[in-house]
Design a binder for this molecule. Structure first.
Ligand code: 5BU
Length: 308
């Protein structure tokens, strides 16, 4: 079944980050998120520059960076200042009008609310000051969300939260943790909170899910709202943006269990944004690789979208 376009969904999106992302995807004609899993600030800034025209989102793991120095960085007296110099520079690259993209810190929060509060706003990373999007594990989201929600209400920065309904890899030591029951519970929890935040005139925090194309039937159900218990919920779930890691043009596995599927498979089963790490940053020419992934993702989107 063809899906509504990103721009049609942008009109209904209640979270400003979701709205901005959907608009940006349509304007830039890209549903590609590059995952910058590099360990020096300079490499990440170089990658961000190289791929900025091809992407709608850059995904980071701030806690894998071992060196925060970069060319032209102001002098930093403390680790917190060194990190802030880097995140400010990254934001400058992300906010350039013609090449804009959003920043997604893939922190996968999973603790009690008080601890997540400190992880989100504090430490040396101060994620809340620079990330547009963060993600949380569904299994602890009941505890983490009130904090992020409270922060979003008082802060001027807008934030969107993705919840892990699935993960890659799905199988861990032969046990399937991320099954249909897990995805369905995640969906129902997210939609329930999303609707109640909206009805209370709060900015809903959720913008969608992490979904895996390793289990395409579950991904499709997330997209089509098949886990909804009524029509209203089903319709609202069209706003939810599904992002999918584990993407490579050549499907397969890595040595540590990561599983790869193609951009076409992810998008045709209902994903909105493909997340590509090593397929881009390990390529001889990351800009060209990003262009190839962007074109593959965009062609798949056009094939699976209702013509307006
Ligand atoms: P890769 O090099 O394309 O395999 O990198 C995938 C990235 O996506 C990497 O940063 C992972 O931490 C991240 N990831 C994932 O692989 N699976 C998941 O379910 C989630 C994130 Br959420």
């Amino acid at each position: 079944m063809p899906h509504p376009s990103y721009s049609a969904r942008a009109k209904d999106a209640k979270n400003p980050v979701a709205k901005r992302l959907l608009e940006l995807m349509e304007q830039k004609e890209t549903n590609l998120c590059a995952s910058a899993d590099l360990t020096t600030a300079q490499e990440i800034l170089d990658l961000a520059e190289a791929v900025s025209e091809e992407i709608c989102v850059l995904k980071t793991h701030i806690d894998i960076i071992k060196d925060f120095s970069f060319k032209g960085a102001p002098k930093a007296k403390t680790p917190t200042e060194a990190v802030r110099n880097f995140t400010q520079r990254l934001r400058e690259i992300a906010d350039r009008k013609d090449k804009e993209f959003l920043i997604f810190e893939d922190r996968k929060f999973a603790d009690i609310g008080n601890t997540v509060g400190m992880q989100f706003t504090g430490g040396i990373y101060k994620i809340a000051e620079w990330a547009d999007i963060v993600n949380v594990h569904s299994v602890t989201s009941y505890a983490t969300l009130p904090f992020i929600s409270g922060y979003a209400k008082t802060s001027k920065r807008q934030i969107g939260v993705l919840v892990l309904a699935q993960m890659t890899p799905v199988q861990l030591a032969g046990l399937e943790f991320f099954n249909e029951d897990y995805a369905s519970k995640t969906y129902r929890l997210v939609l329930q909170i999303h609707k109640s935040q909206f009805k209370q005139n709060l900015n809903p925090l959720f913008i969608g899910f992490i979904g895996s194309s390793e289990q395409p039937e579950i991904l499709s159900k997330l997209r089509n709202g098949d886990f909804a218990d009524n029509q209203e919920t089903r319709e609202i779930s069209q706003e939810m943006i599904i992002m999918t890691p584990g993407i490579k043009i050549a499907p397969g596995n890595d040595k540590l269990g990561q599983t790869y599927n193609t951009p076409e498979k992810a998008i045709s089963n209902g994903s909105d944004v493909i997340i590509v790490g090593r397929g881009i940053y390990e390529a001889d020419d990351p800009a060209t690789a990003a262009k190839i992934y962007r074109e593959a993702g965009w062609a798949a989107y056009q094939q699976n979208t209702k013509q307006e």
